[in-house]
Design a protein around this ligand. Sequence first.
Ligand code: NAD
Ligand code: MG
Length: 392
Amino acid sequence: MKRISILGATGSVGQNTIDLIRRAPGAYQVVALTGGHHIDKLARDAIDLGAEVAVTAHDDLLVSLREALKGSKVEAAAGKAALNEAASRPAQWVMSAIVGAAGLAPGLAALEQGATLALANKESLVTAGALMMRTARANRANILPVDSEHSAIFQALVGEDAAAVSRVIITASGGAFRDWPLERLAGATVAEASSHPNWAMGQRITIDSASMFNKAMEMIEAREFFGFAPDQIEVLIHPQSLVHALVGFCDGALMAHVGPPDMRHAIGYALNWPQRQALPVEALDLAAIGMLEFRPPDPERYPALRLAREVMQARGLSGAVFNAAKERALDHFIAGRISFTDMNIVVEEVLTALQDAPEARNSEMTLDVVAHMDHLARKQADLVVSQRRTQG
Ligand code: NAD
Ligand code: MG
């Protein structure tokens, strides 16, 4: 039996992972499941899957978690240290599906014990790509991409010589507002931004799809994970979300990865890697689909893509600043304190304000240095938001 843990088990990716585990009774021994506020869901799945331990990120929910696990053999734990401890329990495969930079430390803990890390949490690569990749190498641990575009690139590269790759194209649905008139964007509500045309995902990544901060993060993720140069990474709008990414080779070939928008494909690929196994994913009927469309993204509609190019060039700690500023801008948008389009302005102002910070010049990327920069960027984002509110 393969020992596995799922970090962020109660979320969209976590639940899709559990769906695959349930379909293969006897194949997996579940070590740890972690979650946040959804204690009942966490406890139910932990008991049902016979997990060793269930962890909530919130200290104050420990009592409720204990209560929900009463009568079972599952241990209960809570808080950040407990999350890291759960991630470092010996396991062969760990799903990193916490949302946000909170996924970084547990992901590193899993790599340090040598587990294969199935990485949905793109924020950890954007925030600390060099640290993640270095930790994986030092512990001979594999990182397997779960973001659908990166899984697609990874699959297109099997058996290929990396030196023969000329470019990669990451596709984007264009999100909830791809066809809205530009002047309406500033008035977009949280509810409107929280509906995705093709994928069912957590609220934060869905809003990031509407602003294309998600695609911006994915460009940086591709740079950090595969080592492509910034000018090799392109983005195309593809409204059907069936072609997830394309890899271009020096001989003119473009290898496209095509499949339905179902995360269980990318999760299952990482779960079964290096083999392929049957997955509960619909077979596409291309004749019924008839047409695939592609078009370039409008830079005015999606300023986040330009910011991503700046971060890919600068590297170092600029990814930590970018991610933290984006997370705070999103918090403020969800709380109704800034408009949808203000998110771009906040992130750009934070990047500008911190680009020359002495902390940014630190050459060795450690978790402490990254956490400090993340903290500075969040504070700066809050400052920019409060200034805009007093001016406005
Ligand atoms: P989600 O909001 O549905 O779930 C997030 C999970 O993280 C939950 O289990 C939640 O309890 C936990 N969590 C939230 N805040 C936490 C904190 N501070 N500390 C510890 N745990 C915390 O999110 P999701 O859509 O499943 O996305 C998870 C990750 O996967 C994100 O990084 C996202 O960008 C990435 N991703 C998701 C999809 C998708 O289809 N949903 C696709 C590609 C990549
Ligand atoms: Mg993606």
